[in-house]
Write a protein that binds this ligand. Sequence first.
Ligand code: ADP
Length: 328
Amino acid sequence: MRLILLGPPGAGKGTQAQHLVQRHGIVQLSTGDMLRAAVKAETPIGLKAKDIMASGGLVPDEVVVGIIADRIEESDAANGFILDGFPRTVPQAEALDRLLKSKGLALDAVIELRVNEGALLRRVENRIAEMKSRGETVRADDTPEVLSKRLESYRAQTEPLVDYYAEKRKLATIDGMKAIDEVMADIKRVLDALSESAKASKPARRKMARRAAAKKSAAKSGKANGRVAGKVTRKAAKSAKAKVAKKPAKRPAKTAVRAKAAKKTVRSKVAPAKKTRKSAKSAAKKAKKAVRKSSVARSAARGGRTATTAKKVTKRRAKTPKRLTKRG
Ligand code: ADP
């Protein structure tokens, strides 16, 4: 199972993730925890992230995407994982999509824990008090001032993921204001419904796969191709007829010319393969004849014209003044 827990700081993502780890035997991948470990170990990533985290901003996308890409590769993530605190921006979500696709994996669900912002400050204050009473070091970003900055980052950069996953039909929104056990029960209901629908859709998916396989084998044997081609030809012929019929009555000549031209092009494309020497010879003969005819006709025409027009021209020149004749 591969899940994402989405929600503002203090929504209870960490608490719910731990329950899910136990119930489903999957790992929790918290970018916040990983970054804190990197800060503690003073790795190059840690040094880069330290000040950003302390101020409540977001560490650059490529840094967290790199961390997650490496972490998903590890063997304990093979059975599934819960992403907590990642993705936090749309580009991170897109990078995750690409990452999973490249591995042939898919997300099962994105669980959004919706909480009332007024309650968050109280929750974080309680968390600080509890940690102090246990003698633990309090997170550098667990202060009322930094919390408001973290909330701002959430609203501006992470909340758009609610729509992003809703559009992909992956989102389940749960009331995070309820008691921890109730929230757990609600998440369980969502996940149970999901696995039920996955089971129910298995036979349907098998049926679809069988149909697709049958189509493929029919296409291979040529049956389907022939049928489809036949259909297309008839359809094309019908629509061509309809188009001709629809053309305005004023332009029949153009249509006819176009049809002829189309025939010619089709023929000229097809003909070369069929042309024989004989037909080439007879074509050459015909062409010669045509040339002879046309030259006879031309000379006749020339002769005729000179005889009749010469007189007219002389008469006109005689009438017109010289200058005008020159210019004309
Ligand atoms: P929160 O309790 O506010 O949800 P986290 O423990 O998840 O906080 O993360 C703590 C800090 O680590 C964030 O405020 C941010 O600076 C950094 N961080 C964690 N995850 C990401 C992420 N996916 N992208 C960018 N920054 C992150």
